[in-house]
Ligand binder design. Sequence first.
Ligand code: BTN
Length: 250
Amino acid sequence: MDFTLELLDTTESTQDVIRDLAGNGEREGIAVMAIRQTRGRGREGHAWISPPGKNLALSILLRPRLKLPEAALMGLLAGVAVAETLAGMQVPHPGLKWPNDVLVNDKKIAGILSEAAINRSCLQYVILGIGVNVNSEGSDFPPEIATTATSVALCTGRMWDIQEVALKLLEAIKTLYERLPYEEFGFVREMWRTRWLHEGLLMRWGEKTGQAVGINELGALILKTPTGGTEVIVAGDVFPAYPQENPRSL
Ligand code: BTN
């Protein structure tokens, strides 16, 4: 499969551009990046806000042959591809927070929104939406994320060509994606786990806490609760209960 990258100036969300293309039967491999998104979307209904021209906003259409519950694993695959790409650009120790945030030094450098379209219980397509803070400087981040966000430029001490970053990323996704028909997701889970920052740590979600022990076959997070039970989380936000604890570095 070959990727085709289209560059837009301004759009509400590259996710919607790809969704419209997918609805018109567009083939998998089409990718769209935008210089400016006016209504960028994040996970869990959050907005994704990014100063125009500084960062990567990229969405990709894929039509993987998967059973419906496996669709979530595509987000993990994207997280692995982003972390590997950033590592290749000399970003130090990119790590993963479940399900697919990419962090450096405990600060978010990239986020992924994986959306699936379903028809009669069959997976039609997946849109991988990837936002990478590429050239943002400290003062570019809105106050609410100023202390929790970082960028490739801040981590490497140089500016990057955003389109070049997009092409590197598409290459990394292609490499992983093309292995799936032969190997299924075992290697993705393994690569994900190698970069996972919170293995063994006490995590909290809502009012609950539990020790992060792993991910299951479908990429859901497995936690051991203080009462000895097991919780399997398929979606949502889960944070380290003691953020000051040093995450494992690679
Ligand atoms: C998150 O961490 O909450 C996920 C952020 C995903 C942002 C990207 S930018 C490209 C694509 N278009 C969007 O509107 N969202 C995704």
